[in-house]
Write a protein of this length. Sequence first.
Length: 166
Amino acid sequence: MTKVTAEQDLYIKIKEAFNSVNWEFREIENKKVLEAEFEAHHTKVPLHAQAFEELMAISIVSRLSFSILPKSMRSALDALMRTNITLNIGNFEANPVNGDVYFRITNVFPDHDFSPDIITSLVRVAIVEMDRVTPFLAEINKNPNQPIAQLLERKDLLPEFENDGT
């Protein structure tokens, strides 16, 4: 596979993966970026998927649907760091200047194995993780002075798990 073909394939594979599961997206002109919004349990999750051809990598970034208030930023950062240490893949990031919170997950495809299942799994993880942390961050925005460790133990902020018996 030539370098030009490999560079074209990664971005095309992202689009093919989105199309394979009928996800709507917008292409960003002159960039190898797709943007989308997904309805999750708690909120609508904005997301972008970007191809880094020179690295043979895809980065998926979901964004919190609201900003963290300046008065709540210290507590939100504490909660995000505590959450990060529990993750096996991906991580939360925050911009303390504008209050934006992101979940980023990246995969490198060194063997040009662009399985749509891998790409859609990355997207699903980014959506689920952002949706999972959303109610906790909303609570922190309401009351930044509450004990963060106790807040993160609350089960009432998580969706109920349905066990179908299988």
